[in-house]
Design a protein around this ligand. Sequence first.
Ligand code: SDX
Length: 438
Amino acid sequence: MTEHTEQAGRASSGDVLHVTDSRTGRSYDLPITDGAIWALDLRQIKASDEDFGLLSYDPAFLNTASCRSAITYIDGDEGILRYRGYPIEDLAVRSSFLDVAYLLLNGELPTKDESFTWEQEIAHHTYVHENIKKFIDGFHHDAHPMGILVSSLAALSTFYPEAKAISDHVRQHEQVVRLIAKVPTLAAFAYRHAMGLPYAYPDAELSYAGNFLNMMWKMTEPRFRPNPVLEHALDVLLILHADHEQNCSTSAMRVVGSSQVDPYSAAAAAAAALYGPLHGGANEQVLRMLSEIGSVDRVPAYIKRVKSGELRLMGFGHRVYKNFDPRATIIKKVADEVFEVTGRNPMLDIALELERIALADEYFITHKLYPNVDFYSGIIYQAMGFPVAMFPVLFAIGRMPGWLAQWQEGGADPEQKISRPRQIYVGEPLRRMNGPAT
Ligand code: SDX
């Protein structure tokens, strides 16, 4: 057992990776624990006494576990996704987004009383300081709502300086509630600002999803009444986006949070990562791609351009899922519910034809490219009336509890410290400047 496994108090399984360094002929036994070796154990492997020791090199962390986590389990080959052990298929039909948020944060589904208390807590923290409106008003009319959301999440940190007390669990619970409660308000305000509409304030009598629809769509009616089918469909979509283990934005949440900054600033960094077109911004790109294709008969030509390497098929592919994304399967069922109310989105026909051709095509099969969570979600959002630019914002609303649960877990993990990777230096050797000092 090496010092790291001892320090961690981890009983080694007794399995070891036996390696021999051809530079010195020396051999080493690296303990294998939970299917991994401690990267730090490589440092003992030196070519000479002055040698720093071996590093592991893993750009984009393709094969590196950054943490131990009990929150979400994914099996990419089997298409399995579980939050705290519960299959996503069960949670999507038997739970609510706020109860799933509670599960991710606390490890257990809430009792009826706990659920009621939790819902009330969230419902009574949906307002934002009136100065946030002035902040949002400062954006140009065509500012992308994700840019507004990233900025306003960071801006929230200035209204709650007590959030810096990250070891104070009572204080941190307050910030977790505020972030989950306020992210729909910030999102809706960003939309209303872009549309030149007055801000519609939260309604504590409505459900979490219903209140978001209220803040998005309320006009002159005394009280907004959400369509129950769309309210439920949105709640399910939020559940499907709630967490996904160590994806790019969650890793950003953990890395930025490891500096012990407040959770608003860490959430702003996570939202910024999610904004990217390869991550949460993909749902927006899918709709732009479907619009560009324009009709079913033009799908084969587009697929040809993808196969030539000219383009990526947005909404397809995944770092972990190599057969199917279980969320895409559920989303297709939600689509039927929504289209009953909104009418069928013609983009669906193009999407289904893309999927049909791609799933039968050698290129996509060999590259293990299947529809991911973003392929169909945007079609539903568009049918519900959301503009394309709002799609990644909807993703961020759903992912907020996951970011916070992972941030909490990282902060409580005794094996974690401030993230600071090493590098392999490939730059210039020492060189001096010529001429006199200035
Ligand atoms: C999300 O990590 C998560 O869990 C993310 C997420 C979550 O819930 O948090 O699930 C949400 O971000 C879903 C993914 C949304 N992004 C997209 O739909 C954008 C399109 N997809 C890709 O760019 C890509 O598939 C990724 C980013 C999702 C995954 O990329 P990887 O695992 O790094 O794979 P890669 O880019 O190295 O590609 C491997 C090969 C390459 O071909 P070769 O160079 O080896 O010949 O597959 C090809 C790629 O060109 N490829 C694609 C493709 N995705 C990969 N070719 C065409 N279309 C695509 N979509």
